[in-house]
Write a protein that binds this ligand. Structure first.
Ligand SMILES: *Cc1c(COP(=O)(O)O)cnc(C)c1O
Length: 431
């Protein structure tokens, strides 16, 4: 028997560790509950950091006692995680936060934090003998699934909203050989479709409704705190779409505290895009959570109106004295220009985090001296269209004050030199 069970977040009914199910009969989502959670001491964790074995080198499986205690040969890993934490004076000035850490989850193998959940979900898919795996996706889940399924030879089906996922992500799904099914409508429709198909065809579903995805994504918190030598920041800030990641962070932090590894919880802030902000709306109005019909935002990764994990997320926010905030698409693009411009770079949804921090500072929720950690969820190259449209000022409805347009040149060397000399003679435009 495996040392965990699946329990319902609503009614606490327990199910066997490897039962293939995503919801309780009461409709509640499930989570993994470990029988005797533990985490090795720093000596052992640091030894694993220096090891050459997949299971130790992976920024997920390094913490396996608290993720999922599997044997080495049961794991499907691409040595995910191990993402860097950056500081940037320019972004500290922009957000008004004195100590801002940026953990770049875009540095995962497929370019987003989804790999942390996918390595666990695909390992379990093999354990349960799945004949195929599937997901609905705003893009990054499909890119990650395609990569991990190819790595372990399982057929993969990805359901994406036609025309609404960024090009980098679509290209990854195709390149890695996933059966890519474009469905009419938006992500929420694709999510309903894939749940029905998976039930009817006995295909293993690896969206974040799958509780093993959440276990893997908890490792963002473990790796971050390990890196910060367990000195708890005041805030951790993430973008919110389906709300799986914020739920995972809250669960991971709670477990670290229960083990005595950290002495308090950071506050969690979830940032949604104004046009896709059902949680922020419920939060502000104090009314019950309600999905919204047609989500809209340039940040396609968080273009979700009916998030699956809203209840888990609210529970995590309550436990961490968290907050929810929404930002406009203009604020997201402004923040992206800054994040990209300082040399770090990330896709639009990730930059909603930085926009949200700036907003929380302006509103006085977040103090100037509070140590804040932003999770940058996906790589700059995921959405080249958003970047190029901004910098060529080809985006009706948006201001692009920091556009850096390409300059067409003729074949004259003298003219090219003159152009460069003019640029070099003028003072640097921005701090
Ligand atoms: C999936 C994703 C999100 C949203 O995470 P949820 O767990 O769905 O809330 C944010 N940013 C990027 C880049 C993503 O891929």
């Amino acid at each position: 028997m495996r040392p965990w069970k699946l329990t319902c977040v609503e009614c606490a009914t327990a199910f066997p560790p490897l039962e293939v199910r995503y919801r309780c009969s009461c409709g509640g989502t499930l989570e993994v509950q470990h029988d005797s959670p533990s985490l090795p001491d720093d000596r052992e964790l640091d030894r694993r950091l220096a090891s050459r074995r997949d299971r130790d080198r992976s920024g997920v499986w390094r913490y396996r006692e608290l993720i999922l205690p599997l044997e080495e040969d049961e794991i499907v890993s691409r040595r995910e995680g191990n993402t860097n934490v950056y500081r940037s004076e320019a972004l500290e000035a922009y957000t008004g936060v004195g100590e801002l850490f940026l953990k770049h989850e875009g540095e995962n193998p497929s370019g987003s934090f989804k790999d942390r959940g996918m390595t666990v979900a695909l390992s379990v898919a093999r354990l349960v003998g799945a004949r195929a795996v599937a997901c609905a996706s705003t893009g990054n889940t499909s890119a990650s699934l395609a990569s991990y399924a190819a790595a372990c030879g399982l057929p993969a089906f990805v359901f994406v909203p036609a025309g609404k996922i960024a090009f980098g992500k679509l290209s990854q799904a195709l390149a890695h050989g996933a059966h890519t099914l474009q469905v009419p409508g938006d992500f929420d429709g694709a999510m309903r479709t894939v749940q029905e198909i998976c039930d009817a065809e006995s295909i293993y579903l690896v969206n974040s409704i799958n509780p093993f995805r959440i276990e893997g994504q908890k490792s963002i918190a473990f790796e971050l705190l390990h890196e910060l030598e367990w000195k708890v920041p005041d805030w951790i800030v993430v973008p919110g779409g389906n709300l799986g990641n914020s739920s995972a962070l809250a669960k991971g932090l709670d477990e670290l505290r229960a083990l005595g590894r950290i002495d308090r919880l950071p506050r969690l802030a979830v940032v949604q895009a104004e046009g896709a902000a059902p949680l922020a709306r419920a939060w502000r109005s104090g009314r019950p959570f309600e999905p919204i019909a047609e989500a809209r935002t340039v940040a396609t990764a968080i273009r979700i109106g009916a998030p699956v994990s809203w209840r888990k997320c609210l529970r995590g926010l309550a436990a961490t004295r968290g907050v929810v905030v929404s930002v406009s698409d203009q604020e997201i693009l402004d923040a992206k220009a800054r994040v990209d411009g300082c040399g770090i770079g990330a896709e639009p949804a990730s930059c909603a985090t930085v926009a949200g921090i700036r907003r929380l500072r302006e509103e006085g929720v977040l103090g100037p001296g509070e140590r804040t950690c932003a999770i940058l969820t996906g790589h700059l190259l995921k959405d080249p269209e958003a970047t190029v449209r901004y910098h060529t000022a080809d985006w009706e409805g948006f201001e692009t004050p920091r556009a850096n347009s390409p300059v067409p040149l003729g074949s004259s060397l003298a003219e090219t030199r003159r152009h460069l000399q003019e640029i070099l003679a003028s003072p640097p435009p921005r701090p």
